[in-house]
Write a protein that binds this ligand. Sequence first.
Ligand SMILES: Nc1nc2c(c(=O)[nH]1)N[C@H]1C(S)=C(S)[C@@H](COP(=O)(O)O)O[C@H]1N2
Ligand SMILES: [Mo]
Length: 198
Amino acid sequence: MAVISRGFHGRRPTEEKLPPGQYVVHDFPVLSAGPTPVVRTEDWEFTLTTVAGDMHHWSWRDLTALPAERPTVDIHCVTKWSKFRTEWEGVSLDTLLDGIDLDGDYAMVQSYGGYTTDLPLEDLLDGRAWIAYRYDHEDLPAEHGGPARLLVPHLYFWKSAKWVNGIRLMDSDEPGFWEGLGYHEYGDPWREQRYQGD
Ligand SMILES: Nc1nc2c(c(=O)[nH]1)N[C@H]1C(S)=C(S)[C@@H](COP(=O)(O)O)O[C@H]1N2
Ligand SMILES: [Mo]
């Protein structure tokens, strides 16, 4: 009788899922450039600003009324830790932005507390980015970005802005917080784009 463990069958070996230069962690490190802002859900607001200057707002009630998804994804921090199969719940940016006239090719993601990060608008679409408000079946803890954070797991984790509160669309790329301090403007872990020039 063939002995094939279901749990193993179909999964890629660990090395294939680990981008170059990364190692695996089993805890969940907290990396914050400043203090953790206290944001109550009743005060939470998310604003999309288009290049044309149109503004679209979502309250917490608006956000959580939208259909949610439960992505399980690997995350990769530029400081070299990766964490496999993290479980989130939140709203896909495709769902959030559905029906809105999007202009501009780039997005500046903005957070409570002033953190920013830039990326091409298309990287927020096609099932690749979420506004996540639950982690590991619990409300997202404040230190990990609660009440809600961006989740863009195909880029280094600094692009996944914690305490997210808006996106400003732009015609051309501008550096966000870490990008202005020398981090790569795109940040693909598989191409090891850690710093400018990588
Ligand atoms: N608002 C905000 N978002 C942020 C950061 C930050 O300092 N402020 N740090 C980034 C970095 S460098 C990483 S690796 C991840 C860390 O998320 P975690 O603390 O939940 O592990 O958040 C990213 N998002
Ligand atoms: Mo990071």
